[in-house]
Design a protein around this ligand. Structure first.
Ligand code: NAP
Ligand code: MG
Length: 488
């Protein structure tokens, strides 16, 4: 029998054993625009590389849609609208159901592509993103012939028309599903603009739309950069714009839509508070802090990026968080053990580094305790948190969109509330306490679209998601999300 020193020696001599997901997924060298049910060359012939942010390898050339291409796509959606809106709701449901089934069948391929193109850990794309994508289509398939219960009318309400939908890079296929599924369920047609760094899964979805024989033009996908997005948002043939992205671009889009007939919904940035009371289960709360800020490298609009801890347990929470972070694995996103993958782009890494510098200059104390060394190539940031943070510090006020947490303390529930609400944003919040009464009291007074209690970052197609204040307006998911796609 081995004594305890023997076991310890053996444990120390064990080397880390990777569990890499296979990369046997075909990636086309070049991708066209998906217009009228076919992949087409862009009229201007422009294209750009999409790369793997974990090793900077070029993956595929993506077509850049210019104004003419966007016009072609909008015209295609307009032409398809006539038939699609009259398609029997139960028939529309079958298309959505088939899309969901094909997503499930091709789930592994989609998860690998999402991870290669965007840098997120395979265990997240495999177990969270792609299953939620399928769920979103299944859920909305069920709504197609029940829309009168959304509007509360006797007859089924009408769709709005042609929807221009612009999405970000943090949950590429999931954001596409959040946009397309409700719009299609309501009988709208769509022109979707994926983010520049993460177009691959949207283009694979286009293949799925071909496979399920969705009528041409019901969904068009125009890849490109911000100018493509602007051309879509400003196009006169679009009846509704749905945008998810930064508050800065959202404000520009709102200005472009003001004074037009266009309907608009905006899902924007956040700086969400995660509040831990002294009576909470601390180990559980620490898991919630980790899930809140390090999930998807912190590239999460609703990330719990401002942590408020009741003063009496501050030291204990900091100690336990530091300890827990030592076991976070940062590295190859395709390794099934990886908890924190690559930063999505060089530009985003530069943004995060600017905030880290600001935090140092303004006097906050950094804690970065990750054990695993960062790879040499690619874009990487060790998960970290800051103490000695003042509410006026830049990292306590502005959205960083990276694995960076600002920790502050409070003494009374009232103080926690005032400080949590002291932000121009209002997307989400977390509350950790053993007392149900406190949960109701605090949750009802937090100005946030979603409040999680004793958990964080949980999503469901049936649950509406969206913001207050500068986090935007309109909801996605659930019955409330459908309203944005119906003209009552
Ligand atoms: P972003 O720069 O605003 O980009 C979002 C999308 O808009 C991308 O497809 C982008 O294209 C496009 N775009 C850029 N400039 C445009 C313009 N002038 N007109 C029209 N479209 C334009 O945001 P991001 O950096 O990709 O994403 C991060 C932000 O999204 C964060 O602030 C985050 O909080 C927010 N977000 C919010 C939610 C939510 O549900 N509330 C969810 C996820 C993310 P390019 O990629 O080519 O630049
Ligand atoms: Mg990429």
């Amino acid at each position: 029998m081995m004594d305890s020193t023997g076991i310890e020696n053996q444990l120390q001599s064990w080397e880390y054993s990777e569990a890499p997901e296979s990369t046997t997924v075909d990636i086309d060298q070049e991708h066209g625009l998906f217009i009228d049910g076919e992949f087409q060359a862009p009229s201007g012939g422009g294209s750009f590389w999409t790369i793997n942010p974990s090793d900077e390898q070029q993956l595929s050339r993506i077509a850049r849609a210019d104004e003419d291409d966007v016009s072609r796509a909008v015209a295609s959606s307009r032409a398809a609208l006539k038939k699609w809106r009259k398609t029997r709701p139960s028939e529309r449901a079958k298309y959505l159901y088939r899309i969901a089934r094909r997503i499930q069948e091709r789930a592994r391929e989609l998860a690998i592509l999402e991870t290669i193109d965007g840098g997120k850990p395979i265990k997240e794309s495999r177990d969270i993103d792609i299953p939620l994508v399928a769920q979103h289509f299944f859920y909305h398939a069920g709504w197609c012939d029940k829309l009168r219960y959304v509007s509360g009318t006797r007859e089924d309400p009408n769709p709005i028309g042609v929807c221009g939908q612009i999405i970000p890079w943090n949950f590429p296929l999931l954001m596409a599903a959040w946009k397309l599924a409700p719009a299609l369920a309501c009988g709208n047609t769509c022109v979707l603009k994926p983010a520049e760094t993460t177009s691959l899964t949207a283009l694979r979805l286009a293949e799925i739309l071909q496979e399920v024989e969705l009528p041409p033009g019901v969904v068009n996908i125009v890849t490109g950069d911000g100018t493509t997005g602007a051309a879509l948002a400003e196009h006169g043939g679009v009846d509704k714009v749905a945008f998810t992205g930064s508050t800065e671009v959202g404000k520009r889009i709102a200005a472009a839509c003001a004074g037009t007939k266009k309907r608009l919904t905006l899902e924007l940035g956040g700086k969400s508070p995660n509040i831990i009371f002294a009576d909470a289960s601390i180990d559980q709360a620490v898991e919630g802090i980790i899930a809140g800020i390090y999930f998807n490298q912190g590239h999460v609009c609703c990330a719990g990026s401002r942590l408020f801890v009741e003063e009496s347990i501050l030291d204990e929470v900091v100690d336990r968080l530091e300890h827990r972070m030592q076991s976070l694995r940062v590295g190859d996103p395709l390794d099934k053990n990886t908890d924190v993958g690559a930063i999505n782009s060089e530009m985003q890494l530069a943004t995060i580094n600017r905030y880290l510098n600001a935090a140092h200059t303004e006097g906050a104390t950094m804690h970065s305790v990750n054990g695993s060394p960062l790879p040499d190539r690619g874009f990487w940031c060790s998960p970290c948190f800051f103490t000695d943070v003042h509410p006026s510090h830049t990292i306590a006020r502005e959205e960083i969109f990276g694995p960076v947490l600002a920790i502050m303390s409070f003494r009374t529930p009232e103080e926690a509330l005032v400080r949590a609400n002291n932000t121009p944003y209002g997307l989400s919040a977390g509350v950790w306490t053993d007392k149900g009464s406190k949960i109701f009291e605090i949750a009802s007074r937090l100005r946030a679209g979603v409040v999680w209690c004793n958990t964080y970052n949980k999503f469901d197609a049936a649950s509406p998601f969206g913001g207050y204040k500068e986090s935007g307006f309109g909801r996605e998911g659930g019955r409330q999300g459908l309203r944005a796609y119906l003209s009552h």
